[in-house]
Design a protein around this ligand. Structure first.
Ligand code: NAP
Length: 327
């Protein structure tokens, strides 16, 4: 049976590398690139068809940061497909990142250098803004738009005769201390990215609790530290090139510096090959690369708890009602 796979943010970085790897793994699948910019989506499609000329690659206009766009994309998906086997929730932003250079240079020569790069803890703040739906942009893009999409696609994702998977591209930057149930959109803080990624970890657990019995399974992935447009937004490309020798050196001691989008997509592809019933809902699946360049996937327990995740789910469903009422 032809499997239907939708990838958000598929036109660059980890999303595009994942698409390439998925087609190499299963040339018979139907792949849908869900992107906000059709020109970039078309370019990604052409690149994929160059290496996989007979692949079925569809395009879908989806701006996960816009409620209206998510709802109409969901309608379009329901019109095109009778089910969805894999929904990769990969689109993400980190707008206007500010680096604490003092902490960076101090960290570069400290024992914490690996942890610092792997999690960006204490290094990064972002300037968020309110979008046209009245939501915080980072929360809306990285989390809420994807949540709405899942809710709208429930009829295609929850089917009695087979399982479906939703897979979040989370991060090691997901930290409990950045997230608050009293401020789920992170209106008050300066780490909306970290908050939104922690929120995806919490939501994944809640989705498993609510939807496993209906055949839907959710997992979270950390792609490691990958050179993409997102990382080039944090520091200019020349800086990354400058410190690349240090990064290669650090890679001899850690495995989280996956560096290339291909390596970063490792755990996303690994999950494609698993039976979702056997996965651990409390683990994050990490893409890892050894010093010798070997890719592998490793589960690591997340810092999440059931009651917080259940409360968060309730808050999201309330917000869903609110935004739909406004429309
Ligand atoms: N790179 C890393 O080290 C790293 C580490 C941990 C987690 N991640 C996560 O990995 C995911 C992929 O990021 P990346 O590193 O591959 O960066 P990237 O190359 O910038 O990819 C991000 C993708 O998301 C899309 N996107 C952004 N906002 C969107 C919106 N409103 N609607 C639809 N698509 C949207 C982008 O589309 P446009 O081209 O139109 O902007 C792009 O295709 C993100 O969720 C990121 O948070 C990355």
């Amino acid at each position: 049976m032809e499997r239907i796979v939708i990838v958000s943010g598929a036109n660059s970085g980890i999303g595009l590398a994942l698409c390439e790897r998925l087609l190499t793994e299963d040339s018979g699948l139907r792949l849908c690139l869900a992107c906000r910019n059709m020109q970039r989506a078309e370019a990604a499609r052409s690149a994929l068809l160059t290496s996989h000329p007979s692949a079925h690659v569809d395009l879908l206009l989806l701006d996960v940061g816009s409620v209206k766009s998510v709802l109409s994309a969901a309608q379009e998906i329901k019109a095109r497909y009778s089910r969805v086997d894999f929904l990769y929730l990969n689109a993400g932003i980190m707008p206007n990142p500010q680096v604490d250079f003092k902490a960076l240079f101090k960290g570069l020569f400290s024992r914490n250098v690996i942890h610092m790069f792997a999690t960006a803890e204490g290094l990064l703040t972002q300037q968020d803004r309110v979008n046209s739906d009245g939501l915080q942009e980072v929360f809306a893009t990285n989390l809420f738009g994807h949540f709405l999409l899942i809710r709208e696609l429930e009829p295609l994702l929850c089917q009695s005769d087979h399982t479906s998977s939703v897979i979040w591209t989370s991060s090691s930057n997901a930290r409990r201390s950045a997230f608050s149930l009293e401020d789920i959109q992170h209106k008050k803080g300066k780490e909306p990215y970290s908050s939104s990624k922690y929120a995806s970890d919490l939501l994944s657990l809640a989705l498993n609790q609510h939807m496993n019995s209906r055949g839907l399974y959710s997992s979270v992935v950390c792609p490691g530290m990958v050179m993409t447009n997102l990382t080039y937004g944090i520091l200019p490309q020349f800086f990354w090139i400058l410190i690349m020798p240090i990064m290669w050196l650090i890679r001899l001691f850690t495995n989280t510096f996956t560096i290339t989008p291909y390596n970063g997509a490792e755990a996303l592809l690994w999950l494609f090959l698993q039976k979702p019933q056997y996965l651990d809902p409390r683990s994050k699946y990490h893409s890892l690369t050894s010093g010798l360049g070997k890719n592998y996937t490793q589960p690591r327990k997340m810092d999440i708890d059931d009651s917080m995740s259940a409360d968060f789910y309730l808050e999201l469903t309330e917000l869903e009602k609110e935004v739909k009422k406004k429309l």
